[in-house]
Design a protein around this ligand. Sequence first.
Ligand code: PGA
Length: 250
Amino acid sequence: MIKVITFENEEKLDQFVANAIMQVVHEKAHPVIGFATGSTPQGTYEQLIKAYQNKEVDFTHTTAFNLDEYVGMNNDHPCSFAKAMRDTLFDHINISTNQIHALQGDAIDMNEECKKYDEAIAKEPIDIQLLGIGMDGHIAYNEPGTSFESTTHVVDLHPESIQSSLNYGFDRIEDVPRRGVSQGIQTIMMAKQLIMIAKGSKKAELVKRMLEGSVDEQFPSSIIQRHENVLVVLDVEAAKLLQEGTYEKR
Ligand code: PGA
């Protein structure tokens, strides 16, 4: 079932998502959270850090899985998603480093790396997976045309994704890797709950198609319509093209 909630301001939205994560972290003995990079979840991470500093949450027993990475990139590279997650969240909370799972973009055998990642997720199923939507409709790096049956795999990045990478620390388009490695659609759909966040008017068309369009491999994020427990969390701008009455307002 999909529940869509729109928020009148970003801070309320970020706090709401942070609270949903903290609730699972409080309730479960071994919570498992799937984290996303990109600009959208940054406010949520700031709220989580604040809550940790105020001693409102303890991540000692939390396991984390990252969604994706650039192929060929070491996890210490300044533009790697692994480093971005450390810089924006993990280094500021008390999660233990050996409970942080990240795809190794520079693994010698990428197929083996993908297989190992899926096995690790199967062993510790994800309670909440955070997601954003890419400008080409992707979730994680599952680009248009990716099979809904896909497990973790190497992908050729779509031109829109390469362009968006300029927001993630690259100065020149030539420096952006052309391939990524990503949790597959099937992997993502195994999470017990998905929380999809979208902000801003540039996401409004994409959000409409994701929620009101057909479920179609050409628009990967539309798959969330088939998940049994999904929360879509939007600001007013990202929600502006949705049919009135199909979402809750806060
Ligand atoms: P963004 O990226 O949060 O930077 O818009 C979303 C995505 O590509 O999944």
